[in-house]
Design a protein around this ligand. Structure first.
Ligand code: SAH
Ligand code: SF4
Length: 348
């Protein structure tokens, strides 16, 4: 049975009209499933009973089931959701001052095998649908109101998976989030993070999606990057750099460069110099990320002195640098820790 949300508004209208119902019923159904995100057809109380029954007989309406919810000492909350096919995904709500950011997953697991990332250990299971991503955000929004007293302010596609390898569904989810018939949020509040899928970056630019782009660069030496991130074999740095230049030319949006500092791997002044060179071709903001340890990789985070020298070097080159301290480490909710230990253990 197809989920009702696989139908767009035109298809819904056709379905409704074929049942000799007025076409405005399609708009009502659409509003129930997206804007109101109801859990069952029975809740669609302004529809005739016969139509609700017909919907039930023909479509499913699979909701994410909350399986786990943990709050960190720093107030971040991690949610574990079970999908209709029993796969597990994780979503994180991160409060800071008067903002709340939701970190969304785009795939079950990830097939790109970055050596420092716990999600990689799951391998790739499947892409998430637009409504599975939309629902993570919808629930996070409700949760944010309840726990922090205001709706979510920002959305980052930095959870499990590589969003540009699930391009169409991610864009559909973004359309629902920004549409008045969905959550009505501004694209300005959305950031997509990618390990560097050059073709996907160009496609985002060509499709005029206009969301903020973050690149998980982590090292600006082409050969070394391949040893950390196998995706670099097919998307080498010169190709990535050209795609980023193209993105900037088309959108005029400054690109965020994510750089994970790994002790003795990418944290020398020579590495900072390479990073500065890479950033010459388009305006950037650099986010230095502290490595979050987990059981599935043996890297260590850089020490304080090295981090400071790295920052000083970049700032002397007039680059904008932020040091991002991770939230949610105590509940394995920080960047690169999303995997769900049970799933990994089941696999090993
Ligand atoms: N696949 C996309 C989206 C996931 S974002 C991407 O890689 O960009 C998750 C972010 O956390 C990425 O920047 C990733 O490189 C980073 N990350 C992975 N493992 C990490 C770890 N152990 N500590 C800190 N950050 C990590
Ligand atoms: Fe996948 Fe991103 Fe993790 Fe790499 S860092 S394995 S691309 S989720």
């Amino acid at each position: 049975m197809n989920d009702i949300r696989t139908l767009n508004i035109e298809q819904l209208s056709e379905w409704v009209v074929a049942r000799f119902e007025k076409s405005f019923r399609a708009k009502q159904i659409y509003e129930w499933v997206w804007k109101k995100n109801v859990a069952s057809f029975d809740k669609m109380i302004n529809l005739p009973l016969s139509l609700r029954e017909a919907l039930k007989n023909e479509f499913s309406l699979h909701k994410l089931t909350l399986a786990d919810k943990q709050q960190s000492a720093d107030k971040s909350i991690k949610y574990g959701f079970v999908l209709a096919d029993n796969h597990l995904i994780e979503t994180v709500l991160i409060p800071s001052n008067n903002r709340t950011t939701v970190c969304v997953s785009s795939q079950v697991g990830c097939g790109l095998g970055c050596h420092f990332c716990a999600t990689a250990k799951l391998g790739f299971k499947r892409n998430l649908s637009d409504y599975e991503m939309y629902e993570q955000i919808f629930i996070a929004n409700e949760e944010s109101k309840q726990h922090f007293g205001h709706p979510i302010s920002n959305i980052v596609w930095m959870g499990m998976g590589e969003p540009l390898l699930n391009y169409e569904n991610v864009i559909k989810a973004i359309n629902h989030i920004t549409s008045p018939s969905g959550l009505g949020m501004s694209k300005d509040r959305i950031t997509l993070s990618t390990s560097g899928i050059a073709e996907g970056i160009r496609r985002l630019a060509d499709d005029n999606i206009r969301i903020h782009l973050a690149i998980s660069l982590h090292i600006a030496d082409n050969e070394l990057r391949t040893t950390l991130m196998p995706i670099n074999t097919t998307n080498p740095l010169p190709q990535l750099s050209e795609a980023l230049k193209y993105y900037y030319q088309k959108t005029k949006l400054r690109i965020s460069i994510e750089y994970l500092l790994l002790n003795n791997i990418n944290d020398s002044i020579k590495d900072a110099q390479l990073l500065a060179n890479f950033c010459k071709n388009f305006p950037v903001k650099i986010n230095l990320i502290e490595y979050n340890s987990h059981a599935y990789a043996a890297y260590k985070k850089s020490n304080k002195e090295k981090v400071q020298s790295f920052i000083d070097f970049l700032e002397r080159k007039n680059l904008v640098v932020n040091l991002r301290l991770s939230k949610g480490k105590d509940i394995a909710a920080a960047c690169g820790q999303l995997a769900n230990e049970k799933q990994i253990n089941d696999k090993i």
